[in-house]
Write a protein that binds this ligand. Structure first.
Ligand SMILES: CC(C)(COP(=O)(O)OP(=O)(O)OC[C@H]1O[C@@H](n2cnc3c(N)ncnc32)[C@H](O)[C@@H]1OP(=O)(O)O)[C@@H](O)C(=O)NCCC(=O)NCCS
Length: 414
């Protein structure tokens, strides 16, 4: 018999669970009415069924069930779980930020978030069914939970889960795995302006007004490096033209000022426009043909199941889009072939944290450098040895280009 989660104020909960202080305490009382005895989501029967629906490996479901047993014996954890679940379920009201504000390291190796996500399974299944999403897509999408539990083990050598911010999206029903890639109903929040010439199909990307950039074409401050005399980009719209500083498809601010006459150029994307961000889960190599197929599927999937959520572009931020990778990887490598599908662009305030995390591990450090094994690992270290810096970059693709052959759009403008 489980104890009823106690009435605890957030400071008491924080003290008993050694949780860090933070804005998460603000809405704590909102979840008070939802305290319940023997919550369904801690019952072994419920969890076994949920894990089985997600086709989880017996080893991983065993670890989850063991964590649930521990929560069941600890009223303070149950109360915290009840709160986490409430914030996740009522995301319309609290938004993504509130969930992110919950303590990331909650001393339980993240399993309270695993249980909170699994508790949302009935709602997600129902929401997908209402939209007509086939069950195999629901299962493939939510399988990310097990993937991240395994990645945690790979990184830290013990079972755990550290990706609650990311898993928020599939468990709120906004992200879908369609073949090799995942797609999130998102907004383009980069402050850039994208234009297309309807006649030639060419694209031009213009930098944000007043952005400072270095002589190497990166935004000032990238990798923590500031130029002595950075240049300043500008953007203007007149009755006849769009004027601004050009960003090359190889991810550099060129410093070239261009004028795009309105009779020849259409604005096709700006900050705040609805867009699909795409993501590459760690599930083996990525065949570029499979990736292209995923974009085609996304076009069909979202128009069929989310006709009320039209979008203007696909975009992504990742270490994968650093064009410097082409100096090291063979032409035929999947990463280089994938890069060629997109208009690559630099991001402000970016750094090399992600490449080390995804190519080595989150625990990577220069003082205890692992022996590089793959071509990419050797390349990543070699570049640093030569004094270079890696950086997370952006990639853009317009829906109408998703089924065309790569390279066509990615020419350096004359
Ligand atoms: C993205 C990903 C699927 C690309 O792998 P891939 O299809 O094998 O890529 P390539 O064909 O270009 O690989 C070229 C070389 O780099 C190596 N390589 C690729 N990704 C690697 C990684 N993450 N870590 C170490 N080595 C890697 C390959 O093994 C190959 O080297 P080899 O010839 O010595 O074996 C892979 O990096 C991955 O799973 N990453 C984790 C998920 C991720 O980072 N997603 C991006 C979102 S932020």
């Amino acid at each position: 018999m489980m104890d009823k989660p106690q009435t605890l104020n957030p400071s008491q909960a924080a003290e008993r669970l050694s949780l860090p202080d933070g804005p998460w305490k603000e809405h704590w009382q909102d979840s008070e009415p939802f305290r319940e005895e023997n919550p369904f989501y801690l019952q072994p029967g419920y969890l076994e069924e949920a894990c089985s629906f997600l086709r989880m490996d017996a080893e991983v479901s065993g670890v989850i069930l063991a964590a649930a047993r521990q929560f069941g014996q600890n009223p303070a954890w149950q109360r915290f779980l009840c709160h986490g679940r409430h914030v996740l379920r009522d995301a319309e009201r609290y938004g993504y930020r509130e969930f992110m504000a919950l303590p990331a390291e909650a001393g339980d190796d993240g399993f309270c978030y695993v249980i909170a996500f699994l508790s949302a399974l009935p709602e997600i299944r129902e929401m997908h069914a209402r939209r007509g999403v086939p069950e195999e897509i629901t299962v493939a999408t939510l399988a990310d939970l097990e993937r991240w539990i395994r990645i945690y083990r790979q990184w830290y050598g013990r079972w755990g889960f550290g990706e609650r911010n990311w898993l928020f999206h599939p468990f709120r029903g906004n992200l879908f795995q369609l073949g090799r890639l995942q797609f999130l109903l998102d907004r383009f929040e980069d402050d850039m302006h994208l234009f297309r010439s309807p006649e030639s199909g060419e694209l031009r990307l213009l930098a944000p007004d007043l952005a400072r950039f270095r002589p190497d074409g990166q935004f000032d401050g990238t990798n923590g490096i500031r130029a002595e005399n950075p240049e300043t980009a500008y953007f203007r719209e007149t009755t006849e033209a769009f004027l601004g500083t050009l960003i090359s498809p190889q991810s550099t601010v060129t410093g070239r000022q261009v004028s795009l006459g309105k009779q020849d150029w259409r604005k096709v994307l700006r900050k705040g426009d609805p867009a699909l961000s795409f993501h590459i889960p760690a599930s083996g190599p990525m065949d570029p043909g499979e990736c292209r197929e995923s974009f085609r599927r996304a076009l069909d999937f979202f128009s069929r199941h989310f006709p009320d959520r039209p979008f203007r572009a696909f975009f992504s931020h990742s270490w994968l889009y650093d064009p410097q990778l082409a100096d090291y990887l063979p032409e035929q490598s999947n990463i280089i072939r994938f890069q060629r599908m997109f208009y690559l662009y630099p991001l402000p305030q970016t750094d090399d944290r992600q490449i080390f995390e995804r190519v080595f591990s989150r625990t990577f450090s220069f003082s205890e450098m692992p022996t590089p094994k793959t071509t990419l690992q050797k390349a990543v270290l070699e570049h640093v040895r030569r004094g270079g810096h890696w950086r997370t970059s952006g990639a853009l693709l317009l829906p109408e280009d998703a089924s065309t052959e790569p390279d066509r759009r990615n020419q350096i403008p004359k």
